[in-house]
Write a protein that binds this ligand. Structure first.
Ligand code: ZN
Length: 102
């Protein structure tokens, strides 16, 4: 992993949204690269300070519905509604399993 990749994904690492494999690659890089380890630690501290001092914004209850409606309207042509055992969701074209072409 290159330093610029590490930097680009540092926020995602701290958000804990990376796959286990990617997280391990980043942890390995941080062990070998003092600069990236230092930058990650600094970013972690800044994020903790922000969380402590910036109050969490309260959303009006209608915000979610308005946002959902706007997103659906904007992306309707590219979304496909899908029902599954785990509930229903919209699939983005790039997230769909590849169709076999004949
Ligand atoms: Zn590095």
């Amino acid at each position: 992993m290159e330093c610029e990749d590490f930097e680009a994904m540092s926020d995602l690492l701290l958000e804990d949204v990376l796959s286990e494999a990617l997280r391990h690659r980043m942890e390995k890089h941080a062990l070998l690269c003092a600069r990236c380890a230092h930058n990650l630690h600094t970013l972690q501290q800044v994020r903790a300070m922000l969380q402590e001092y910036v109050a969490t914004a309260e959303m009006p209850p209608s915000f979610r519905e308005r946002t959902q409606a706007r997103l659906q309207q904007t992306f309707a042509p590219s979304l496909h509604y899908s029902h599954s055992e785990n509930g229903s969701q919209y699939l983005l074209p790039f997230a769909e399993p590849e169709q076999e072409t004949q």
